[in-house]
Design a protein around this ligand. Structure first.
Ligand code: SF4
Length: 240
């Protein structure tokens, strides 16, 4: 007798909405990340908090492949915040090259000066202290605290917001600007343990960058396809 055919990704009974919000997603996404994460220099231990911060400034409006060479040169020239702080701001703009939006270079220089003056040259680990640095907003403060210091923060970039919108909220795209409801959801989805939460933040971001992209969601290789609310609903088109 032929065994009944299983749907390729599971059934609606697996839906995340019927279980605790984040827990069923954590292991699949983190395990996928362990296997598929890109080897990027700012993810290596030697990058340190300064490397993470520099990469976050550069990645704000520029894709990874364009950031990589500039990042490498930047870190070779200014391996510590104090090295950059000792230079004139114009040097930072020059080294920014073709990354675009060069105001980011000035902000990064300003942050390096503040780190040198207020924190003895070490990138602070406290979220509030990061947020108080020039040019650092909620996202970057959370990203540095999480990625560099392994803390538990909701790190909401466009990739993460898209994954949560689809997998959890069942909509194709998140709202244009981050909403309070998205922040609540992101906090609710965080693993309890700080180290796992930091891993989850990086992993969910990478999933949005590599698999659940804006134009081509690759559900056939998505580790949470069985639980994805939008896929299970038949992928209704975005109405806004
Ligand atoms: S199943 Fe498809 S739409 Fe849902 S999170 Fe995965 S890639 Fe995105």
């Amino acid at each position: 007798m032929t065994a009944p055919t299983k749907p390729p990704y599971g059934t609606a009974a697996d839906s995340v909405s019927e279980r605790a919000p984040g827990e069923p997603l954590h292991s699949p996404v983190i395990d996928w990340f362990d296997e598929h994460a890109r080897d990027l220099p700012w993810r290596r231990p030697e990058a340190g908090a300064w490397g993470v911060m520099v990469s976050e400034f550069m990645l704000q409006q520029t894709p990874v492949n364009r950031v990589l060479p500039v990042y490498e040169q930047w870190m070779a020239r200014w391996p510590r915040p104090a090295d950059l702080a000792a230079e004139a701001p114009g040097e930072a703009v020059r080294a920014w090259g073709r990354l675009g939006y060069p105001r980011r270079a000035l902000r990064l220089h300003g942050a390096a000066v503040a780190i040198t003056e207020r924190h003895g040259g070490d990138v602070p680990s406290e979220h509030a202290q990061l947020l108080a640095l020039p040019g650092i907003g909620e996202y970057t403060a959370a990203a540095v605290a999480s990625f560099a210091y392994g803390q538990r923060h909701a790190v909401l970039d466009t990739n993460v917001r898209r994954v949560f919108a689809r997998a959890v909220s069942g909509t194709q795209y998140p709202p244009n600007a981050t909403t309070a409801a998205e922040r609540r959801l992101a906090r609710a989805l965080l693993p309890e343990d700080a180290a796992t939460a930091a891993r989850w933040a990086a992993a969910s971001m990478e999933l949005g960058a590599l698999v659940c992209t804006a134009k081509n969601e690759a559900c056939h290789r998505c580790p949470i396809a069985a639980q994805c609310a939008w896929r299970l609903a038949g992928k209704p088109a975005h109405d806004g």
